[in-house]
Ligand binder design. Structure first.
Ligand code: ADP
Ligand code: MG
Length: 564
């Protein structure tokens, strides 16, 4: 219906608006980057839909973005002729935040502006950043393929509510008019706007046009041109050669594809030739998104075929344990009309994916070897996720194992800084195993009586205190020929670490403790499998040990908690 209705924002949108206006004030020009980024996404979507339905392009096939301003009205307008939105889509996308996990994320907010402001980067601000500079935003849109009478106008002052009405709109796509707040006059300046576009949006692959700057005739009279010109380079960033791309441009492109706010940690850009020809530009973010553990998240890697956007799908293009990777893959060989179903079956995609996984692991090797600080950041944000790879990616297991970092008795802290290679480098003479203990916490691990004999002998033990570690040890049974052995399982085999004196002492202990052991066995009866005298304890009188092939007591607890 055409009548105007007033709707309320979802609570989370209100919170986001509040927080954003305060926290991003000093960085306010980024609103333009966000709106241009959306316009570019909308054009990508249209170009893709038009492959199957060319009529969607109507008589207007040149996709572009336009920025115009009106000094007198104090408005700034960003227009695109992309996919546009229906009324239902406007309500879904511009009044609510549809990402799963949003509610939980907002529940974490403390009300402390500083703390919350740093959280917001994890979330991404997008469209709502318009309200940093505007006290009223009018969005008028028409979905490609819908008649002119099905335009929709959305308007809001960014407080609690917005209005919606149907309008006629002659052109396809979306116009966003920002009614600027007092003091925002810098955005009514041709030079300033061009500078912002070049800084933040140069990488956008379609032209971002502005009216040609005014010139002057011989009498000094201003001639205002009605013509538009592109302000950016308007070529897909990933298709340019590396030497022509600055780090700043790489970073801005990341913010666009990843919908992230913070600079990336590292990236890899390469043109791959061979059986499959493609270009990949892949990034490691510096910060985990709030929904890293949400199962349904789709975003991640964008697939293009010869610069036409095909789809965004994390699952088909990256394995689950690398779901934090962001970027684009542009294939030169796949057919343009490739469907999701075809992709699901495609051997070509499998080859591209395998190549990209190698690139990402190589990038991580490189960080680990050459930039300890960055690797530490990476590990604290994504280490838990990468660990899943040991069980998930059989072909790359050894490479992933090299990238793992553990807490260890070698350090006096709970910081995971020890690699398996570090451990092997410090092995005692005669030691041929990598020893570890699993526990719920650092305190439980270091306090464990199982460590006593290792302390006495000066042998390092890895302290596996993360939930995912049980799965790591289930799949990673050896590293570079050295078995990984739990110090809490079975009869402790210290191998050559045990000297003759130890063996003699063990024998003696068994002898002298025999009556006691027998008594304890009778007392405990069915509750235990065996009772043994041991030298593995130096301070504690007794400890529980699980059988060689049994679940560790820690895993048993985890499964119980999970209701299994
Ligand atoms: P994001 O871009 O991360 O999805 P935004 O807040 O920037 O988040 O945008 C929210 C959604 O609104 C987009 O995903 C898109 O569906 C829709 N949208 C925003 N701007 C446009 C536009 N210019 N044309 C079509 N749809 C748009
Ligand atoms: Mg966006």
């Amino acid at each position: 219906s055409a009548q105007k209705e007033t709707l309320g924002f979802q609570t989370e949108v209100k919170q986001l608006l509040q927080l954003m206006i305060h926290s991003l004030y000093s960085n306010k020009e980024i609103f333009l980057r966000e709106l241009v980024s959306n316009a570019s996404d909308a054009s990508d979507k249209l170009r893709f839909e038009a492959i199957a339905q060319p009529a969607l392009l109507e008589s207007d096939p040149e996709l572009k973005i336009r920025i115009a301003f009106d000094k007198d009205a104090r408005t700034l307008t960003i227009s695109d002729n992309g996919i546009g939105m229906t009324r239902a889509e406007v309500i879904e996308h511009i009044g609510t935040i549809a990402k799963s996990g949003t509610k939980a994320f907002f529940e974490q907010l403390t009300g402390d502006e500083k703390k919350d402001a740093s959280l917001i980067g994890q979330f991404g601000v997008g469209f709502y950043s318009a309200f940093i500079v505007a006290d009223r935003v009018t969005l008028t849109t028409r979905r490609a393929g819908c008649p002119e009478s099905e335009g929709v106008r959305w308007e809001s002052e960014g407080h609690g509510e917005y209005t919606l009405e149907n309008v006629d709109k002659a052109t396809r796509g979306t116009d966003i008019v920002l009614h600027l707040k007092d003091g925002m006059d810098e955005f009514l300046n041709d030079w300033r706007l061009r500078q912002i576009v070049r800084t933040y949006s140069d990488h956008i692959s379609l032209p971002i046009e502005m009216q040609k700057s005014a010139s002057f005739d011989e009498d000094g009279k201003e001639i205002v041109s009605e013509e538009f010109e592109a302000v950016n380079q308007a070529s897909a960033l990933w298709s340019r050669s590396k030497s022509e791309i600055s780090d700043e441009q790489y970073r801005e492109f990341y913010k666009h594809v990843a919908h992230d706010f913070t600079d990336p940690l590292a990236w890899s850009h390469a043109r791959v030739e061979g059986r499959q020809e493609y270009t990949e530009l892949l990034y490691i973010p510096a910060r985990a998104p709030f929904d890293l553990y949400e199962r349904e998240r789709k975003q991640g890697i964008k697939l293009y075929v010869r610069r036409v956007f095909i789809m965004e799908d994390a699952q088909k293009l990256m394995p689950h344990y690398l779901r934090f990777v962001r970027g684009v893959i542009d294939s030169a060989d796949l057919p343009l009309n490739v469907s999701r179903e075809i992709l699901q079956e495609s051997k070509d995609i499998d080859a591209i994916r395998a190549g990209c996984v190698k690139k990402v692991l190589g990038l991580l090797d490189d960080l680990a070897a050459n930039d300890a600080d960055k690797y530490k950041t990476f590990w604290s944000e994504f280490g838990q996720v990468l660990k899943e790879g040991v069980g998930e990616d059989f072909a790359n297991k050894a490479r992933i194992a090299k990238l793992l970092r553990f807490v260890s008795t070698h350090e006096d802290s709970a910081e995971p800084v020890v690699s398996l290679a570090d451990y092997i480098g410090r092995m005692k003479e005669g030691q041929d195993k990598i020893y570890y203990i699993t526990a719920d916490s650092y305190a439980a691990a270091v306090g464990s009586p199982h460590l006593e004999v290792f302390r006495k002998k000066g042998v390092e033990v890895l302290l596996l205190i993360d939930r995912v570690d049980e799965w790591v040890t289930a799949s990673l049974t050896e590293f570079e020929g050295k078995a990984l052995v739990s110090v809490a399982k079975g009869e402790l085999d210290l191998g050559a670490l045990e000297d003759e004196a130890d063996k003699a002492a063990q024998k003696e202990a068994e002898e002298s403790a025999r009556p006691l052991v027998e008594r304890v066995k009778t007392l405990l009866g069915e509750q235990v499998q065996d009772v043994r005298a041991t030298l593995r304890l130096t301070d504690s009188p007794a400890c529980l040990v699980v059988g060689e092939n049994e679940m560790s007591s820690h895993l048993e607890r985890l499964l119980k908690q999970a209701g299994q």
